[in-house]
Design a binder for this molecule. Structure first.
Ligand SMILES: Nc1ncnc2c1ncn2[C@@H]1O[C@H](COP(=O)(O)OP(=O)(O)O)[C@@H](O)[C@H]1O
Ligand SMILES: [Mg+2]
Length: 344
């Protein structure tokens, strides 16, 4: 898959309609700080996930002088063209070929993979950020996963409300039944994903890297006895405690991931080592994506020259010739065959 072009208006510094075209190969967007490089990657990302990679409200993405934004794009997948759009006027919407759609509908046709060299240090030591990152990875290879996460969140919200305001046993047990189903599905997918990505990263990139996944209850291990009634009995067994705490203490929103390097947490390594090994995990994910879907994601790399050294560039350019890359930098780069130059 690759994105052929994007048209952006009313978005961040792009007030008037701006059109950018890309090749299916290696694209670099370069220009001085503040010229709008990250903004273009952010617009592409929003098409895939309905939200920014930055922690901002949608309204903050509106250009200072605009009250609506539009992002329109043409995506090419196996010679078939799709129009993917996002807009914010009164509310936010995503469209696939003019029809309103949700994130799972887009994911089948377009999946941007975003690497930023600016926040990897905090990413590696934050449980919730790692969970978010790997959830997006799983969604990329299994689009239905995002629906399950959304449903899970609804159920956990309802359960939390009851625990706080009306802790009725029978009612809570009813929610547990539903919750157990989602916990089972999500946990299984997370275990599957971790097994596969570890295989890929250890095979091809670095044998000492390992992502470890720990579900919120030690009883939820991926084994023959990890079944619905097991999950349900754990949930019902801790209900009394949860009523006391007024909040759920078991659930996939509390699961933990940690990245290890030679059996030592990656968060304890130097920042250069963190970045390098995180890149290995990204590359392993790209390999996994290819083997599961038979195609590449669109790889977005912000501040390419900070993210990648010469060695990584060599690996990226020679091992993934068929993958579209859209990168940004303050300067041009001879490894890219298509350039977009931005001015202040
Ligand atoms: N909502 C907004 N309205 C107008 N300008 C904005 C908005 N948000 C950010 N900007 C400006 O857009 C410019 C481009 O930002 P960015 O894409 O991060 O630049 P780059 O990545 O090229 O350094 C910056 O000058 C920033 O201050
Ligand atoms: Mg930038």
């Amino acid at each position: 898959m690759f994105i052929e072009n994007i048209e952006i208006s009313g978005f961040r510094n792009l007030k008037k309609k701006n059109v950018f075209s890309f090749t299916n190969s290696k694209n670099i967007i370069y220009g001085p700080n503040g010229s709008g490089k990250t903004t273009i990657l952010e617009a592409i990302y929003i098409l895939g996930f309905g939200r920014s990679f930055l922690n901002v409200k949608k309204e903050e993405l509106l250009n200072n002088e605009s009250d609506e934004f539009f992002i329109n794009s043409t995506v090419n997948r196996n010679q078939l063209k799709f129009k993917i759009s996002a807009s914010l006027n009164k509310s936010f919407s995503l469209f696939l070929d003019g029809e309103k759609t949700g994130i799972p509908g887009i994911g089948r046709n377009f999946f941007p993979l975003f690497f930023s060299s600016s926040d990897y240090v905090s990413l590696i030591s934050s449980r919730s950020s790692l969970r978010k990152l790997f959830d997006r990875f799983i969604f990329g290879t299994e689009n239905i996963y995002s629906k399950e996460l959304i449903e899970y969140k609804k159920v956990i919200r309802n359960k939390t409300y009851l625990l706080k305001h009306n802790p009725d046993y029978a009612h809570l047990k009813g929610w547990n039944k539903l919750l157990a189903e989602y916990i089972l599905k999500i946990t299984r997918k997370r275990f599957d994903f971790i097994r596969k990505i570890n295989d890929h990263v250890q095979d091809k990139h670095h044998s000492g890297i390992e992502i470890r996944y720990t579900p919120s209850s030690s009883d939820f291990y991926y084994s023959d006895n990890f079944k619905l009634d097991k999950v349900l009995s754990v949930l019902d067994g801790i209900l009394e405690k949860e009523i006391l705490y007024k909040s759920p203490i078991v659930g996939t929103h509390l699961d933990k991931y940690e990245i290890f390097m030679d059996n030592r947490p990656l968060r304890l390594y130097s920042s250069g080592e963190k970045k390098l090994n995180l890149i290995f995990i990204y590359l392993a994910y790209i390999d996994m994506f290819l083997s599961e879907r038979g195609e590449y994601p669109v790889f977005l790399v912000d501040d390419y020259d900070i993210a990648m050294d010469e060695e990584n560039t060599e690996v990226l350019m020679s091992n993934y010739p068929a993958m579209q890359i859209i990168a940004t930098s303050v300067r041009n780069n001879k490894n890219f065959d298509s350039t977009i130059k931005l001015k202040h």
